[in-house]
Design a protein around this ligand. Sequence first.
Ligand code: FA5
Ligand code: MG
Length: 437
Amino acid sequence: MNHLINCLKSTKITSGSIKSTCILFRSYSSTTTPTIDYNTLIPENGNIPKSLLDKIGKNLHSSHNHPLNIIKKKIQYHFQSKLSNDQVDFQFFDDFHPRVSVKSNFDELLFPKDHVGRSPNDTYYFNKNQVLRTHTSAHQNDILRDGNRAFLVTGDVYRRDEIDAVHYPAFHQMEGLRVFSFPSDGDKKSHFDPSINFYENQEYKNNKEVKIVEEDLKRSLESMIRGVIGQDLQVRWVDAYFPFTSPSWEMEILFNGKWLEVLGCGVVHPEIMHNTGLGHDRAWAFGIGLERLAMILFDIPDIRLFWTEDSRFHDQFKGVDKSNPSEKGKKLQDIDIKNIKFQPYSKYPSCFKDISFWIGDDFHSNKFFEFVRECCGDLVENVELVDNFTNPKTNKTSQCYRIHYRSMERNLTNEEIDQIQFNLRDKIESSLDLKLR
Ligand code: FA5
Ligand code: MG
């Protein structure tokens, strides 16, 4: 478990995703003039590897007794039984396709055009107009326009990212959103005013209604996380930045002595409310990572395990969920997982191989990570940069990466890994902007 915590902790510091999330969501400034047009960098036929296309439709979060399905249902149960009432009835959406428009994933969520999250180094594009969603927030606007006022959306999301125990290019999120009407809105005037910078305006942030929404958001999420993970949990709120909410926060939970980020959230930006015909209302929204919660709840040490077809993994969760999967739409029951902890069925040894190369201007570490995952498959457990230097005379940069291999299912032979590494070296120069050393 400490291993997991360390990974989760280091995620916050070194992870491309979290790092890019920070850049992604913190670098917005309404006065910035766009400097990069990411549209010009998108390859005509997109940048999605076949191994990822094969993941579409697996819908692990809908697979009965899969740990992600169990987590999803526990959260849904909490919202249905504890946070719904006569006025609020949370609707669940679980089967939106992950292929979404750039408009839904970025534009309608107020991402500036030069936002790094739009870069093809971070996002998988089918073409200039369509992406694999990078977050479940991509569905917010459409669901609001359809007239829903409280809902949860679960789905697979995709990001070009680094490789370690808590990062996989495909993972799962659950989005939540709840709209509030206030009696003072008698005149039904929109709260959106294009001359106000809602990210910074203190009057807006201290507005009575905004404060009520903030309090409800924090109370609801704290009660949900305690209901799902445990009552004696310590929770703290950290200020954050997302283009589509203001004010924004991340929730961290104290777990084995370390603070872990589990979700992002905030008060929905008045421009989004306005654009969806709800300018006179307020709303809160959140997005939570399901793998993170499942890893903590069940002691699952490696994110690759969620995708395994090994029965030694799945048998451990069999029968946990006593509900009948064919009885959809029925009132949910809570799933008791009190004593279920994943028992590793193996501690197969790992081995590593280093690879060194000179990099060109077009090299990006995320492209390298993806190539390794593509070429060497899920036997790759972790890839780390172990050396990086620039020759002052030639101004050329050399990098050395250490690739750790480990199977979750069997022993690997030296010959097998040598062959995989040889294959990688053989193909990499013609695919990426680098020169092997
Ligand atoms: C978002 O994706 C926002 N859409 C969340 C949000 C929704 C904010 C609605 C405001 C309103 P972020 O990139 O931080 O934010 O991801 C949210 C959660 O997803 C994280 O807290 C984490 O639990 C999980 N997550 C993010 N990246 C990864 C990853 N690479 N691997 C596993 N889990 C991840
Ligand atoms: Mg985050």
